[in-house]
Design a protein. Sequence first.
Lengths: 484, 151
Amino acid sequence: MIKMRRLPLLVMCCVLLAGLTACGGHGQLEKAVRSVLVSGDTTRAAFDSLCSIVTDNPGKYGDLLTPEGKLDYKKMADFIEQIGSQLRPPMHWDTRPYGGVEDLSLTIYFERSGSMVPYDQRGGSGQLKKAVNDLINHFPAGSKVAINIVNDGIYPYNHTVDEFLKDRDIYQSTAGIGDASYTDFQLIFNKILEAQKPGNVSVLVSDLIYSPQDTHGVSIDKIFNEENSLATRVFARYKGKSVVVQQLMGDYSGKYYPYNGVPFQYNGKRPFYLVIIADSDVMDQLAQDKRYDGVLNATEVRNSYRFNQGTSEVECRVLPEWKDNAGRFRVKHGDGIVLAKCDGDRQTGKLCFSLAANLGSLLKDDALLTNPSNYEVKSIDGYTLTIQPIDQSMVTANNKEYLEGMTHVLTLVGDLKSPRDEVRIALRNELPEWVIQSSSDNDTSSAASSFPTTTLGLQQLLGGMFDAMKGGNSFFEITIQLQR
Amino acid sequence: MKHLVYLIAGIVVTVVFFILSCSDSFNIYEQLFFNQGYNDKMYNLNMYPVIAAITIAIAWGGAAIYYYAINSVKFDRWYHWLAVLGVVAVLAPVVCYIYNDTVFAHNGLLYIGESIQFEMQTVLFAALLFIVASYSIRWWSSNCRHTPLPQ
C-alpha cells in the first residue's frame, strides 16, 4: 500500500511525465522540419537529411514510405506542407526538385519561313540557335524533347535532339520542309494548343511577323485587325493556359521580306521571340522549380511577359522586424492578413509595415513590379506603397525565415486614424510598355532607327492574346485588415 | 481531504499553465511580453511547451526538495522557504535562457535582448508555481508542513 505522504511525489511525477510526453509527441522529424523551415535552410542537403530520418526509422515513419520501403516523396511533401502551414507565418517549401515528380516534356516548334532563315547564317553569331539549344539544355536530362518545323503547317524534325543541337545550319538541313513563303499562326497556335498534353511545355521559335498568303493590295490596318482577331479567337478557346513571350535579339543577315514592299538585304540585329505555352500550373512549376532554372529567366532575354488567365495567388508574409517599420502591430494568425492592436508611431502617428512577397511567378520585369504607379492601393487612411526587390544584403539570420523564397518587399505607410481599415493592393493588368515600343506598323525600309528593335504588328498580335487571356483587371490582389 | 483539494487545485493550476503555454491564439507567455519576430520563432520552434515544462519541473522540484529532502526543523522558518523560492526564481530563467539560446544558436538566430526580457516572465511564473507547489505538497512533510505560514 502506498503511504499517503508519497502521494504528492507520485502525482508530481505523473504531471512531469505528462508534460514531457506532450513535448516529445511531435517527434524527431517534425522538429527537424520546423528547424529547417525556421532557419530558412530549404536546400537539397536539408531535404536529404529529413529523408534519412524517415528511412532510418521505418518503424516510426512507415506511413511516409512506399510498400517497397522507399521514401514516398508525395507523402513527404504533404507532411512538410502540413508542418509549414502550422507555422507563423505559414511556410511553403517546394520539394518537387528533389524527386517524386515526373519531368516536364518539351516540344519545340521551330519556324522555318523565309524571314527566319537569315537569323542562322554561318557568318552570324547564332543567337537564335543558341537560345533554342539553351532552352533544351535547361530541361533535366530525363525530359522528353520533340522538335517540329512550322510554316504553312507543322512538320516533324526527322533527326535526333543531339543532331539538332549540333546542327550548324538548321535552315539548310530543313530546306524543303513545308511552304516557307508564309506562316499560318492560326493553324500553328491551334495545333500547339490542341496537341498539348498535361505536363508539356510547347515553345514556338518565331519572329512573330504575321505573314498570311496573298496580302497584295490589302491595307496594313486590315492585316493588323485580322492578326489581332485571330490571336484573341485562338487563345480564348483554350482555358487554363498560360503563355510567356520572350523577346531576344539575334544577328540577321539576308533578305528581309517587308509586308507589302520589295525584299531588301539587311545585315544587323533583329528581335526574335520564344512563345512558351503551358497549362497555368505547369508554368508556375517552370517559374518556381529550380530544376528548370534558366528556362524562363535566361540572361539573353531582353523582355518578357506572362499572359495568364485569372488573378494569380501571390504568397506574402508580414515582416515583423524591418528597418522601415514604424508604430506597432500584431500579426493575427489565421485566414488572410490581419494586423491587430495597431498603434501609430509615437512621434509621427504614422503606421508603416512591410510585406515580403513572391512576385517571381508573375514573370514580370522589375521595372513594372517596382513602379508604384502600376499598383492600385485603396484604403480609408490613404496608405502609400513603395516596392523594392530583395537582395542578399537585406537578409539577416532573424528575417531569413520571412524572406526565404520571396522576391520583393512591399512597404505601406499611412496615418493611422480609423479604428478599422482595409488596405487593398492590386497590380494593374495592362499590356507592358515594351510590347508597344517593340511594335511597328511599317517595315518597308531598314533605314528607320527603330527597325533593328521592332517587329511588324507585334502590338496587335500580343494585344489579341492579351484580350483573350485577360482574366481580370489585376495580376494579383493583397488585402490587409488593420485593427486598432 | 482539505489537503487533497489543495493538491488537486495545484495540479489543475499547473496543467492550465502548461496548456496556455502551448496555445496559439491565447498564449500566456505572449500576454506579458510580445515581440512579433521573437515570439513567432519561439512558437515555430515549439519552445513554449519546453520552457513551461522546465519552469514547472524546477518549481515543483524545488518545493519537493524543500519539503521532502531538506525536511528539517533547522530549515523550517519562512525565510528558509523564501530562500528556496529565490533559488527557484533564479534557476528557472537561467536554465530557460540557456535552452533558449542553444536552440536559437542551432538555428542561426540571434535574440539576446529579447530572450533576457522574455525570461523576466519566467522569474514570475517560477515563483508563482513554487508557491502553488508548496501549498499542494507541504501537508505531507513531517518537519516543514507549517512553512511558510502555519496551518
